[in-house]
Design a protein around this ligand. Sequence first.
Ligand SMILES: [Zn+2]
Length: 360
Amino acid sequence: MARYKSICQFVQFAGIILISQVFTACGQTNSSRVNKTEINPDAAIQKTDAEWKKQLSPDQYYVLRQKGTEEPYSGKLLLNKEKGVYKCAACGNELFTDEMKFDSHCGWPSFDREISGGKIKTLEDNSHGMQRLEIQCAKCGGHLGHLFDDGPTKTGMRYCVNSLSLDFVNEKELNKAATKSASLDTLTLGGGCFWCVEAVYEMLDGVEKVESGYSGGAGANPTYKEVCTGTTGHAEVVQITYDNTKTSLEEILKVFFTVHDPTTLNRQGNDAGTQYRSVVFYRNEKQRQATQNIIDLLNKEKVYPKPIVTQVVPFKAFYEAEDYHQDYYNLNKEEPYCQMVIQPKIEKFEKVFKDKIKKQ
Ligand SMILES: [Zn+2]
């Protein structure tokens, strides 16, 4: 508590204006923990206490989830003047920019406004005999600090925020992330059992992420069991996020039409049912056209002895499959299905696309 003592001494010395600022600021003692049930139950991100504890440092957990307050003048972002964005440290929600920050001399990072779009939620806080407005991240319910109407800029507002509730991303890092995301694209494909298709794309150079899931049916968030009945209309699919500077839409599609049989209606080998149908869910005209071009070419050249039956339909929604389906082949290589069904597809892929395989 030595820190508080020195601040009190400083405040006494500095006079009444600073005293009023400090006492109307976020300042609370360690006895100020508020019952966790008051954390916003409407937040989109809901995690258990154990999950938050695992994700956050003990200090962050104390502030964000127990509504604690860091000691004044202790936060690493208090004096930060770099250009960039301040995000919620618990969920990454972008809350403030450098242009909104000002020196309030209250001991905590202060902002005169928030990034618009309902990113911050205000709640009445009548604890400690004071009437204050608490501010929470609207996305995860994390406690940020308090909002006061004594700001010195034209907004008249002062968002008094704990450094521990914030992550700062500087301009250089933001530009790097923007360039990266501009070169990424996503395509959703169904080519029979998603374990097989996922295993192949994970090896392709330029593929950033492959997720197994369900698309094209009625109803949200189906389970594997429901999809397996064939009555929900969903297909087993993989959602591929790839880097256009390292691979291309055409290459993603070439791999697709090589490693599965696009001529068997609602079937891949012994796997039968509409959930195993061959389908491309396009997100834009470019994806639709590229898919149709390859299908036309394969039909024209009679690459397969029978006509292509692959559906080309607009993308609506993707529902991620249960955890145990993700990366199934790599985690279950000894399983007979992996050896008999997936392994031959991988070998075919390796043979045809040997120059395109990720270097480990
Ligand atoms: Zn948050």
